[in-house]
Write a protein that binds this ligand. Sequence first.
Ligand code: FDP
Length: 324
Amino acid sequence: MTSFKTIEQHLIELSSQYPQIPGNITNILYNISLASKMIRKEIIVAGLQSQHESGTTNVHGEHVKTLDLTANKCLIDILSAHGQFSYIGSEEEDEIVTIESETKEPYVIFFDPLDGSSNIDVNVSVGTIFSVYKTPEKWKTNDLHPGSEQLLAGYVIYGSSVMLVYTTGNGVFGFTYDPSIGEFLLSHENITIPDTPKYYSINESLYPSLSAHEQQTLDSFKTSEQGPLSSRYVGSLVADFHRNLLKGGVFAYPSTAKSTEGKLRLMYEANPLAFICEQAGGSASNGSQNILEIQPQSIHAKTPLFIGNSSLVNAFNKTTKTSK
Ligand code: FDP
């Protein structure tokens, strides 16, 4: 399945095949691949370092790991050094960071530098998730747009191998990192979510605080009505999403009594994965609205998330159906 096409070669072809994609977008993607190689270098030796907690908490009140900060700095340093970004929004930054840039085509990137970081201590897959929009030259940083306006979205999964998956709205492509040559090689061309789903992924301890409709939907996955499906939950969004994207399934993180807005972040978790999922033939919803149509209220806004095969996502929707 693996070709010997590097990410650079793929991006050159992409630019000639789709001239409407701004050249900067391919440069941005290349720089993210570079940052992810540096983040990987830190992750693979994380077990040798005794100090995992940074001693600080982020805007969500979560304990920040040392690696969260390393990954955040690495992305900010690389992306700002190359002058393609005027604005950066990160899970680890309270406010949008404005970068002095000469560019006439300003962009904003939102990212979760290290998703699932509570899994670092135990050597379980983590990820980087990113989402890019074009902005006006003098952008008011609270003028946020819905996910349907993303130009580029993707994630890197640091698992048994490292993979970068992205979309610019022309299909979904996956690259696997070959550390022996230091290159990302095209391994998954035009990813589509399988029609027959295999898995559902939810933190089952949330069951008592789900709505009756959500409980019934979940129950139906265990019987012949919608399944039976197998249960798989890593607790790293990127890892759970990636498995379901390749094998078919649904990931659910609903609102709960404790987190009435859900737990996951719209701008740098739900939106980018929703863009990828739609491009792969699936869909994503907050339970009543297509994720990509939600008007964001703030950069750190949270949302309930149901994402994967459309039939399973729609089964969670009480009233409105998502697309497809
Ligand atoms: P984490 O707390 O480790 O950062 O982004 C939040 C996230 O991980 C997701 O990656 C993951 O899907 C979810 O939280 C896990 O939450 P629960 O522990 O509540 O299941």
